[in-house]
Design a protein around this ligand. Structure first.
Ligand SMILES: Nc1ncnc2c1ncn2[C@@H]1O[C@H](COP(=O)(O)OP(=O)(O)OP(=O)(O)O)[C@@H](O)[C@H]1O
Length: 219
């Protein structure tokens, strides 16, 4: 479970205060995958980062009582001067998993051949995205955090394999996915939310959320 209690977050832009959340309270329960709809720049990445514990609220409390993933595409734990082999074995040890398993899973899923033994700093953006996605899928979490704005991979074979594993994983796991379009959320989520005026409004159906989102877009 992830719970936000009276959470406020804003950024000072030099000209004005950009409000992301204003005393917002909501919960993500296990088994209730949530899709968050918000226009570009509204604060989707910031909310996902707060859920992951990468960013702190200015006020209020974020509590986590399950195994929460790092956001898909997050490379913060990956060391550029080390190879994918070294990074995957290191991350496996951090999470108390078998390094041989995590390394071979990532090697198989990434499909980046000899680059797996080259420093991550030498990878293309697509290779980096594939490696961080593979790393996330190698570890088991109760809640997966997916930021649609993260660099995507255009490798068809990888997307097919990774998509299949993610769908399998999501049969038993919960996902929080943020997007600016409803279509992306349809596949995964039991409930949908709209970020509006610093509040997250959660609905039982994507249809209801879309109505508020479309109304907001017109307004
Ligand atoms: N450290 C920061 N300092 C100042 N402003 C920031 C900071 N981080 C984010 N912002 C601003 O806060 C707003 C929300 O950023 P965020 O990346 O969370 O939005 P987003 O909805 O994920 O955007 P996008 O859809 O474009 O990826 C943006 O206007 C961004 O410029």
């Amino acid at each position: 479970m992830i719970e936000f209690e009276g959470v406020s977050k804003s950024f000072w832009t030099g000209k004005q205060r950009k409000i992301i959340l204003d005393q917002a309270s909501f919960r993500v329960d296990l088994g209730q995958s949530l899709g968050i709809l918000a226009p570009n720049g509204a604060g989707k990445t910031t909310i996902i980062n707060m859920m992951a514990g990468l960013e702190k609220p200015d006020e209020g409390r974020v509590s986590r009582t399950s195994r929460i993933s790092f956001p898909l595409g997050f490379m913060g734990g990956v060391v550029n001067k080390h190879t994918a082999t070294e990074n995957s074995r290191y991350v496996a040890r951090l999470y108390g998993l078998d390094p041989d398993y995590v390394e071979s899973f990532c090697r198989w899923l990434c499909g980046i051949e000899e680059y797996f033994d080259m420093p991550v700093g030498t990878y293309s953006q697509g290779m980096r995205a594939r490696f961080s996605f593979a790393l996330m899928l190698a570890l088991e979490f109760d809640i997966y955090l997916i930021d649609e704005g993260m660099p995507a991979t255009t490798d068809v074979e990888f997307n097919r394999k990774a998509g299949r594993i993610l769908r399998e994983r999501l049969q038993n796991a919960t996902v929080v996915i943020v997007s600016h379009q409803a279509q992306t959320l349809e596949k995964f989520c039991q409930q949908a939310a709209v970020l509006r005026n610093g509040q997250l409004y959660i609905f039982d159906t994507l249809e209801e959320a879309k109505q508020l989102y479309d109304y907001q877009a017109k307004g």
